[in-house]
Design a protein. Sequence first.
Length: 182
Amino acid sequence: MKIYTKTGDEGETGLFGGQRVYKSNDRIEAYGTLDELNAFIGLLRDHLSGEEEKLTLFTIQNRLFSLGAYLATPPKEGKEVRLDILEEDVELLEKEMDRMDALLEPLRNFILPGGHPQVAYAHLCRTICRRAERQCVRLHLETPINTLAIHYLNRLSDYFFILARHLSQQLGVEEITWKGRN
């Protein structure tokens, strides 16, 4: 089986079920951004040494792949597409954030991304996740989707923020605080 089909050469792609849409379609933008996020999570995971964080990121990657498949499947008349994201998935993110946050100093300033490549990668994942969330909201306004997908992405971006702070602490690097003009 060849990876190229030549069916997308005119700017269209196929959704699960065969429907053809333009590659600029909100549904494609949403799951394409999830794919981008998943790739950056893989980059971050490959740079970490902590097994607990790596395992959590691997779980997140699998949930995002499932979410992408959900978004790639348009609803059919009278049939709801099943979302393979559960409340337990959101709770896992919250549990991990609480675990890491308990070890951190209270946040007193806005933080700029950077200080170490791992920290910067976590912030990059956070910003891509926020974009994916915005695109899912845009899609939801056009064609309603299960709001648990949006809930999960919202919590996931928070997770990446806390992970970035946690990594700064683990690595012994100072968080870079924002300094406005005086």
